[in-house]
Design a protein. Sequence first.
Length: 240
Amino acid sequence: MSTELHDFEDCKGPVQAARHSNGGGWVACTAYVNASAYVGPDAQVYGNAWVFGDAQVSGNAQVYGNARVSGNAQVYGNARVSGNARVYGNAWVSGNARVFGDAQVYGNARVSGNARVYGNAWVSGNARVYGDAQVYGNAWVFGDAQVYGYAWVSGNAQVFGDAQVSPIFISGLAYLITITDCHLRAGCQIHTFSAWRSMTPDQIAEMDGQDATDFYPRLIGIIDLLCKDREAVAHEVENV
């Protein structure tokens, strides 16, 4: 297969690349795509990425860095898989979704919309992550769980079974409040419910001075009023 210079627009300038025999997409000579894998005409695979098995990369999707896409996995739309991420099995990554870092998406999992999965996070089974949701850190979403909207699942959190994580938003207060199944975000501060309850006056004051100190009792009132069920579930997750 003949090669020519192609610019993947990754700030590294033109590199040697070739059109893949199955689909016609650009594949850098530093990357590996086996013959059975499909790379569509507008898709790109570059860096040290591998696409193998019967995997498909189509639309305007890109796989790069040290990422691996294998099995019957599909990456399509404007999706990006990069870093050391792994997408395999029958997993799909689509829309404007991003999977990067050391994240893994596998099984029959679906990541779509503007969702982000990164860090050491895993999404597996029949799980769905979509909308503007983020799964990161060492979090694991699996089973038939769904994480969507503006939800964030992070740390060592596990979301599984038939769980659905969608946030509550409260505006019009001194700080915008976002409540997920395991966390409450006030302004730019995000913590578990138990962490908020255990904070000292000095810790609160360090966040935003007297404004934070004055607001803190109201925030605890919000947790008491709206988060009892979520707090119980979060406590179970933290103690898994």
